[in-house]
Design a binder for this molecule. Structure first.
Ligand SMILES: [Zn+2]
Length: 123
């Protein structure tokens, strides 16, 4: 495994793709071995952040700080140009097929954490 300083889940504004040096299979989540061949010679590469929405949905939640008004949040599965699928926030109503680019936002709440989202880009 090639060392890399972490991804957005560790506070770095980057999406990492894991790739097997033996069979070239690529995936998103960090693992100790390749899910296809079991190989342990793995590489983690940074992704460009651009991709295409595979599917999306809008969830509604009530937020006490806004007087419990409805607060729609878009969630998308995005096929990145590097061949992996990731989940992140998007504008509500973002249609499948829409080209998007990743954005990282620091969410202040009980704990400060980085949130992965996507914004639409023009074709
Ligand atoms: Zn493999």
């Amino acid at each position: 495994m090639t060392a890399h300083p972490g991804d957005w889940t560790q506070g770095e504004p980057v999406i990492l793709r894991s790739r097997c040096a033996t069979c070239s299979f690529a995936w998103y989540l960090d693992r100790q071995a390749c899910p296809r061949c079991g190989g342990r010679d793995l590489v983690r590469d940074p992704c460009s952040g651009t991709g295409t929405v595979f599917a999306s949905s809008t969830v509604h939640r009530r937020v006490a700080s806004t007087g419990n008004r409805d607060h729609p949040i878009g969630i998308a599965l995005v096929d990145l140009d590097e061949g992996i699928r990731v989940m992140g926030r998007c504008p509500p109503g973002t249609p499948p097929g829409q080209r998007v680019v990743a954005e990282f936002r620091l969410e202040s709440g009980g704990s400060r954490s980085l949130v992965l989202g996507f914004q639409e880009v023009l074709p």
